[in-house]
Design a protein around this ligand. Structure first.
Ligand SMILES: Nc1nc2c(ncn2[C@@H]2O[C@H](COP(=O)(O)OP(=O)(O)OP(=O)(O)O)[C@@H](O)[C@H]2O)c(=O)[nH]1
Length: 200
């Protein structure tokens, strides 16, 4: 049987418990949202195929438990990931401060060339915001990585962010094979511009 995709990328979501990792994955893979909080036990994954630059890419998105007691299990999955998504909750300052620790955990456990991205989730609850967009942007800039504010609940920037990360990985691997001379910019919902990526 013919393969239904050209590439398989493994992505991993990390961040404090309750920031919305599971909800982001469910929004991306199933376009659904449930406000009942069921904390992830250990690790789980969902798949979704997208098309980027004419290539069908199967994304295997791994969801980790944010609770400290699962750390030994979850860090074992860092090594196989090609992209790691660091998530904090814009209404929870502690979850933002902890991003530094999650970054450290990536350095200690992931492959050196892994693509990273920072997401400030729950941007639909503006009234309870504790972390400004600028603060999030600055941290991402300091680490040289992409940044989006997202809402799994209101479906803001969820597809855009996953597509951007897939594109980063694709461009990184094609650079290894030689320069393509092409630059593609992913734009967020708020910028209201089309990107060159398609959700299948
Ligand atoms: N308002 C709002 N609530 C959200 C959003 N994303 C997640 N939530 C809520 O936040 C709670 C935690 O979401 P989860 O996705 O389970 O969080 P998690 O990061 O996977 O948590 P662990 O599995 O414990 O690591 C749930 O009650 C969700 O409904 C969002 O974008 N906006």
């Amino acid at each position: 049987m013919a393969k239904k995709y050209d590439l398989l990328y493994k992505l991993l979501l990390i961040g404090d418990s309750g920031v919305g990792k599971t909800c982001l994955i469910i929004r991306f893979a199933e376009d659904n949202f449930n406000s009942t909080y069921i904390s992830t036990i250990g690790i789980d994954f969902k798949v979704k195929t997208i098309e980027v630059e004419g290539k069908k890419i199967k994304l295997q998105v791994w969801d980790t438990a944010g609770q400290e007691r699962f750390k030994t299990i979850t860090t074992a999955y860092y090594r196989g990931a090609m992209g790691i998504v660091l998530v904090y909750d814009i209404t929870d300052e502690k979850s933002f401060e902890n991003i530094q620790n999650w970054m450290k955990s990536i350095t200690e456990n992931a492959s050196s060339g892994v693509s990273r991205m920072l997401l400030g989730n729950k941007c639909d609850i503006e009234a309870k915001r504790k972390v400004s967009r600028e603060t999030g942007e600055k941290l991402a800039k300091d680490h040289g990585i992409r940044f989006f504010e997202t809402s799994a609940k209101s479906s803001i920037n969820v597809d855009e962010s996953f597509l951007a990360l897939a594109l980063d990985i694709l461009q990184k691997s094609s650079k290894k094979q030689g320069p393509t001379g092409r630059e593609v910019k992913i734009t967020s919902n708020t910028e209201k511009k089309a990107s060159k990526c398609v959700i299948l």
